[in-house]
Design a protein around this ligand. Sequence first.
Ligand code: FES
Ligand code: MG
Length: 597
Amino acid sequence: MANYQRITPDQLRSRYWFDNPDHPGTTALCIERYLNYGITLDELTSGKPIIGICQSGSDLTPCNRHHIDLVKRVKDGIRAAGGVPFEFPMHPIHENVRRPTAALDRNLAYLGIVEVLHGYPLDGVVLTTGCDKTTPAALMAAATVNIPAIVLSGGPMLNGWRGAERVGSGTIIWELRKRLAAGDIDYAEFLSRASDSAPSIGHCNTMGTASTMNSMAEVLGMSLPGSAVIPAPYKERAMVAYDTGTRIVDMVWEDLRPLDILTREAFENAIVACSALGGSSNAPVHINAIARHSGIELDNDDWQRLGHEIPLLANVMPAGAFLCEEFYRAGGVPAILHELHTAGKLHVDALTVNGRSIGDNLQGCETQDPDVICRYNDPLVDHAGFLNLKGNLFDSALMKTSVISRDFRERFLNDPNDPDAFEGKVVVFDGSEDYHARIDDPTLNIDSRTILVMRGAGPVGHPGGAEVVNMQPPEALIKQGIESLPCLGDGRQSGTSGSPSILNASPEAATGGGLALLESGDRLRVDLKRGEVQLLIEASELEARRERLAQQGGYRYPGHQTPWQEIQRSMVEPLDRGMTLEPATKYRDVARRHPPR
Ligand code: FES
Ligand code: MG
């Protein structure tokens, strides 16, 4: 247990608002309105920590909606430990409904949480998370403001089933779309089978972005050990909500803050664990963003250097076969960390919210089921982390190697002299509307060796960056049994997708990235060993294209629909730098550097 200098009640931040004899008028104004629903003067002025609960659940956000009930247990815990809870809303973020994309709201929610944590009488905060972007938004804000903070995820849904077959969130949709295109099922069956994947409250039950990012919160040390993937309806979920409430009060007294926990070592642990989990391709974007707000430079070279050699240990969809219920029963995140620890891959001294090191928390956490959480020396895939590819069209693009299928290897990585490289002709789409309008056009001559390219899908081209790079082949090819083609793009893809697309190409076409210069019919060479994607043309031709594009005023993309889209586009950084708001990244530890006034 770390040794903390405990603070005293008169050092509580909330005293400025609620017990400040130097400013009696201000204090009275702050206090009087909280009394109007029954809070007592004693609760506000007797030296109890005031604990915010950032509520991410609402009727608009079904993945997080049960936090409306869970926070009752959080409040019980806060009260039992001597604190006073104050619940407030997070800007809603629901992944698969929000248009143009939920990622647009990560930075908006971040800004909102920052302002609440800084501007209100809070000594600590419980951050309720779940659906994909709620978790990074909360962690980014925790790092910026740096008051004691703890993450409580809502947990995944129960397993989905169709008969005896597991049905995984999101992953089933990608499969069913192919069945629909092939004519195997009709629209009614498509909808019926898709709904099998959502049998209960909770977030996606696959290792999509939600399960990944909540696991990352635990690995970073920001949520209680073992809590990330407790299924939402399980009794243990409500129990850990209570424990989270009691713990945040102690964290306030211990003055244990996010920036004590979010260290370089913690982020390196996150990279390693993400590979072992077969985690979402959105994780590098969000983890790099949380790191930037924590004052730590982390980039996609770090992801490849530290993460690529790590084997796949979690046998969970989309990279594996099971879902989060089995993953939890097999030991969840602690069992993954235990395996990484035995292999010497973890910084064991990294601190966590319970005041202990991540290594101390792993006592007795071996895998309970090696079919679901594999031993490090008997993994599902040997090198399962991300590759950071570069070339003459972009500086960084990620490939999730844990999902490279045998079919993909046999069709593309099949040259015995050069088994890590392939070449192909490209067909280029400008955004998802263009893709949907033209993918079945026979004049494109898409064949089994074509590389599909999506551009105009980065955070500027499509506000927030579209999850559209995992493009399905034309119906005609699917009917011939060709279910996937290599894809490349400057957008993202869903964490529930099993496609080994080359993603997040930065800089994007809309900000001068080389994908804007690509023309259908060009040939690309992808070399995974060298970490390169090269457009096979003369440098002079590439330069001539660049000049022509500049004369035309650069790459065109759709206009803004809302004020926030325009504001974000004016200051957002590329995906490889976390898609952060550039001016926001210079603010850090603002609760102490800029106390209330
Ligand atoms: Fe919300 Fe997947 S859609 S977690
Ligand atoms: Mg998504």
